[in-house]
Design a protein around this ligand. Structure first.
Ligand SMILES: Cc1cc2nc3c(=O)[nH]c(=O)nc-3n(C[C@H](O)[C@H](O)[C@H](O)COP(=O)(O)O)c2cc1C
Length: 329
C-alpha cells in the first residue's frame, strides 16, 4: 500500500470512530464536541457555542459530555484494532482542546473491549419508571470497577435515610431550576417536537410525550412554573428505583470533568450489556448551593459529578445526532 492509500485508510478508520463517538450522551443532547483528524492524530475539542450558560455556567457538564464522547471514541478505535495513546489536556494555550488521541496499528480487540463497544448503538437514556427489582450485587461491583478504571468512583445510596435525603435534594433542585424563567427559557430552546428535523436537543418522546404534547411542551416550559409537579414526579421515580449512585471525582477541574465523563460513559455502556436502564437526577449537582449537601451524602469526600438512577425497565429510544460533517473540523 502506498503512502496515500495508507493515509486514506487511516483517515477512514478515525472518521468511523468519530461516528461512534457522536452517539455519546450529552447534557440536553447538545453534542458540544468537535473533532479534527490529521494523519494518525485525532483531536477532541469543546464546542462552547453549544454551551448551556444557565444550567451549566462553568461548562462542567459540557466537558463531561466530551469525556463521554472520548470514551465512545476510544472504544470505536479499539474495534478497528488500533492502539491509542490519549493525552488529556486541557492546555492553557488552547483551552478548547480537551484531548489528543494518537493511534497506531495494534492488538486485536479483547472480548471485554468488544462487549462495551457493541453496546454503543443501543445505549439510550431511559427516563421511564423502573421495576422495583434489586440489581445483582455483582453488577454493582462491576460498575464500581468501571468507574474507578476511568478515574472516578461510585457511591451507592443504600440506606432509607440516604434515599430520603437525596429525594429532598432533588425536589429542592427542581424547585430552584424550574421556578427560574431563565432556566426554563434555556431548557425550552433545546426541546424538540417529536417530528422535528433537528439533529440535536431533547425530543418529547424521550419524556413519554405524544406528538401534540411534544409540540406544546417548549411553550409550556417557557411560560409555566411546573416545579411542584416535576418534583413530585422525581420523588416518585426515586422511590420506585432500586439503585441510585453518585459519581464522584477527587478534584473539580476540567480534567476531572473529562475523566468523570469517561467514567460515566463506561458505566452506561456496562449497564447496556446487562439490560440495565439508566437515567439522571443531576439537579443537586447542577444547583451550586445543593452540591455541598450532596457531597456530604456521598461520604464527604471528593466532588459529586452526576447522580444516576439504575434499574430494569423499558429501554429508551435513539435520539438524533448532528451529521459528521458538522462535527469534523
Ligand atoms: C453530563 C450529562 C448530564 C446529563 N444530565 C441529565 C439530566 O440532568 N437529566 C436528564 O434527564 N438527562 C441528562 N443527561 C442525558 C442527556 O439528556 C442525554 O444523553 C441526551 O438527551 C441524549 O440522549 P441519549 O442519552 O438517549 O443518547 C445528561 C447527560 C450527560 C452526558
Amino acid at each position: 500500500m502506498n503512502q496515500l492509500d495508507s493515509t486514506a485508510v487511516l483517515t477512514d478508520a478515525l472518521q468511523r470512530a468519530v461516528a461512534q463517538a457522536v452517539l455519546a450522551p450529552s447534557s440536553h443532547n447538545s453534542q458540544p464536541w468537535l473533532f479534527r483528524v490529521r494523519g494518525a492524530t485525532l483531536d477532541l475539542y469543546a464546542d462552547r457555542s453549544r454551551a448551556l450558560p444557565i444550567a451549566d455556567p462553568e461548562g462542567r457538564e459540557l466537558v463531561m459530555s466530551c469525556g463521554a464522547a472520548l470514551f465512545h471514541l476510544r472504544a470505536g478505535l479499539r474495534t478497528q484494532s488500533l492502539d491509542l495513546s490519549v493525552r488529556r489536556i486541557p492546555e492553557p494555550a488552547d483551552p478548547e482542546l480537551l484531548a489528543r488521541v494518537i493511534v497506531r496499528p495494534g492488538r486485536p480487540l479483547t472480548p471485554e473491549e468488544r462487549v462495551l463497544a457493541e453496546a454503543i448503538p443501543t445505549r439510550h437514556t431511559s427516563r421511564a419508571p423502573y421495576m422495583g427489582i434489586t440489581l445483582p450485587e455483582e453488577f454493582i461491583t462491576r460498575i464500581r470497577r468501571d468507574a474507578e478504571a476511568e478515574g472516578a468512583w461510585l457511591v451507592a445510596l443504600t440506606s432509607e435515610a440516604a434515599r430520603l435525603d437525596l429525594i429532598a435534594l432533588v425536589m429542592e433542585g427542581d424547585h430552584q431550576q424550574l421556578s427560574d424563567p431563565n432556566y426554563r427559557r434555556e431548557l425550552a430552546s433545546w426541546m424538540r417536537p417529536n417530528h422535528s428535523k433537528a439533529r440535536d436537543g431533547l425530543f418529547g418522546f424521550t419524556d413519554g410525550l405524544d406528538n401534540i404534547a411534544s409540540h406544546l411542551a417548549p411553550l409550556a416550559t417557557r411560560l409555566l412554573d411546573r416545579s411542584a409537579r416535576e418534583s413530585v414526579h422525581d420523588r416518585d421515580l426515586v422511590n420506585a428505583t432500586p439503585t441510585v449512585v453518585i459519581l464522584c471525582t477527587g478534584g473539580d477541574t476540567p480534567l476531572d470533568w473529562l475523566r468523570a465523563g469517561e467514567s460515566l460513559d463506561r458505566v452506561l455502556l456496562r449497564a447496556v450489556t446487562e439490560d440495565v436502564q439508566v437515567s439522571y437526577l443531576n439537579q443537586p449537582v447542577q444547583v451550586a448551593e445543593l452540591r455541598p449537601r450532596l457531597r456530604e451524602l456521598a461520604g464527604g469526600v471528593g466532588y459529586p459529578q452526576a447522580v444516576l438512577r439504575l434499574g430494569y425497565g423499558p429501554a429508551g429510544r435513539a435520539t438524533p445526532r448532528r451529521a459528521l460533517g458538522d462535527v469534523l473540523r
